[in-house]
Design a protein around this ligand. Structure first.
Ligand code: FE
Length: 196
């Protein structure tokens, strides 16, 4: 479903995102042993259990929301070009969330390319599907790209969400559903937009 962005506002965005989790969370994720909904809920649940900052919990929860916008369809293992779900997600999020959360979404693919270039052991964390998409996404960053990427003031949060992205691919892990996190998501929307 392509969201009608015009009808979304501070008071219905959380309900809208929750409805995406409810209606479409069970869709397959990139050939991983988890659904799309499980993947994002696992990242958020791990972040919460580790006592990570609220922005990182919500960043992990929403980082792949672009898979659901319908703008670019869903990833397939036989894709021959990258579909840029990270940009689709960021376009939805940037109207409602602080830049740190939008950046965690917009740059979660770039963060994989960054970590592959700068942390030799990181590659070993990647699933087969994630290695496949890495190649479509341009492979590890060049030194110039690394230098540029490091300038992002939200680098720490972006990297934290990237590690949660890798961690949230566990078959059978129990998590709460989206609505457990909804009050926190609303709190960050209200903090960003301002309460009435
Ligand atoms: Fe992900």
């Amino acid at each position: 479903m392509k969201p009608d962005m015009d009808v979304l506002n501070q008071d219905n965005i959380v309900e809208f995102i929750g409805s995406i989790f409810d209606r479409r969370g069970s869709e397959e994720y990139l050939g991983e042993p988890v659904t799309m909904g499980e993947h994002m809920l696992q990242g958020a649940t791990i972040a919460e259990s580790e006592g990570q900052p609220e922005e990182i919990i919500v960043g992990a929860l929403l980082h792949d929301i672009g898979h659901f916008t319908g703008e670019f369809g869903t990833f397939m293992m036989n894709d021959t070009e990258d579909r840029h779900h990270e940009d689709a997600g960021a376009v939805l999020l940037e109207k409602f969330f602080p830049k740190v959360i939008t950046d965690c979404c917009r740059y979660h693919v770039a963060a994989k390319r960054y970590l592959c270039a700068t942390q030799p052991e990181y590659f070993g964390h990647l699933s087969e599907a994630s290695i496949h998409s890495l190649n479509l996404q341009g492979g590890p960053m060049t030194q110039d790209e690394v230098t540029e990427f490091k300038k992002n003031p939200n680098l720490r949060e972006i990297i934290a969400v990237r590690y949660l992205d890798e961690a949230g691919k566990q078959a059978g892990m129990k998590t709460p559903d989206f609505w457990h996190f909804a009050p926190l998501v609303q709190k960050l929307v209200d903090k960003h937009i301002g309460t009435n």
